[in-house]
Design a protein around this ligand. Sequence first.
Ligand code: HEM
Length: 416
Amino acid sequence: MTTTDSATCPVHTPGFAGAGFNPFGPHGPDAYAHLATARREQPVFFSEALASWCVTRDADIRAVCTDPATFSSRDVFPRPTGLPPKAQAVMDYHYDNGTVTQLDPPAHGPIRRALHTSFGPRAISGYDPAVRATIAAKVDAIPHPQRFDLVAEFSAIFPVAVVMDVIGVPAEDLADIRRWADELVAVGLGHRAMTEEQLETLGADLATAVAYFRGLVDRRTAEPGSDLVSFMIGDGGPALTPDEVANNIFNLVAAGYETTGSALTNTVLALLREPGAWDALVAGELDPAAVALEGLRLDTPILGNFRTATRDTVLGDARIAAGDRLLLLYGSANHDESVVDEPGVFRPGRPGKAHLAFGYGLHNCVGAPLARLELEVALEQLARRFPRLALAPDAPLTYKPLMQVRTPAALWLTAG
Ligand code: HEM
């Protein structure tokens, strides 16, 4: 029985206040135990470490997500300042050409609708054969299959290949785009942990990425095709500047990359920790789509995302002031005992309402139908090629130091 909650919380103290709580730092390994205490004792608590109100219960998070007038998505990550010039220029470009994730209504709507035409369920069913072929090829290409790191050799590769097909980016540019997506996430979410020299090097490379995506937009402007880029710059599209389209496309690759790969890693880890579960998947006794959904519920890579209060308000017992930041802990809502029975247990196909791994309301994940298809196919294909897959003994499990993304840095497996 896999469990991520613990009966006795190691960080519990009477009068829980959570001030030092930081799921992206020291609390990474025991984040779920800490959040279980919070849901019981102080469901909306202030974390000094995150300078944010942490919202832990399912109902409170749903309420925040459906009230964008009070809880804004703008500027939830303060614009980084004081970076070396090249890294600063790239971050400024990112902030000056707003992406869908950071916009409130009414600016949010047109971009969201445009993305939905390419990522909604109907569009994605059309991509199904191509997604299956791409993922099967990436599984077959895993080198050294007797003992391999799933993260480096598969999870970090297949989502970029898939999303590039959908967006209409040439396949031969995969290596560059994967590196840029990695770098964008690393600088955007991890710049505080980097040296000046690292930032300057990454900034220079990311400037090439910006030029690449802007060039793609210019080429599609001259010669439109039937892909997402052409749609976004066309007459029926959201009326964005070429730089806004380029920046949104670049961010889409990054949004669909670390998330989907990390979800796959977390789900394989949960499966292999559960005695008999991999055999059941291989034997067709477990539905890969249900496994993917339950893997996301049990240990989502996007533990939470931020909002900013636009006015003074009250949430639970907490008095929130205008300008305060909130961290909506989707991962905590997915373990909320008031909506999930035995939340620490990995139980594919469990009944109940949809979980919050893809968010909720206005900003819920526009890529969810694609991500679910990718995860289902990736599990099917791994089960096909590795019927005796197991966790490698003696391989320590360390988590990536990235803000927001919760996933192991490496997952060493043996083919059995
Ligand atoms: C398992 C993989 C994924 C997970 C766990 C995930 C999770 C999320 C979550 C929690 C949100 C809501 C953020 C908020 O609270 O504001 C979100 C939004 C978003 N996701 Fe995903 N995502 C995944 C895959 C993808 C993919 C494959 C794409 C597209 C290629 C994508 C594109 C987006 C975009 C564009 C938004 C912003 C939507 C908006 O602001 O209206 N995601 N995702």
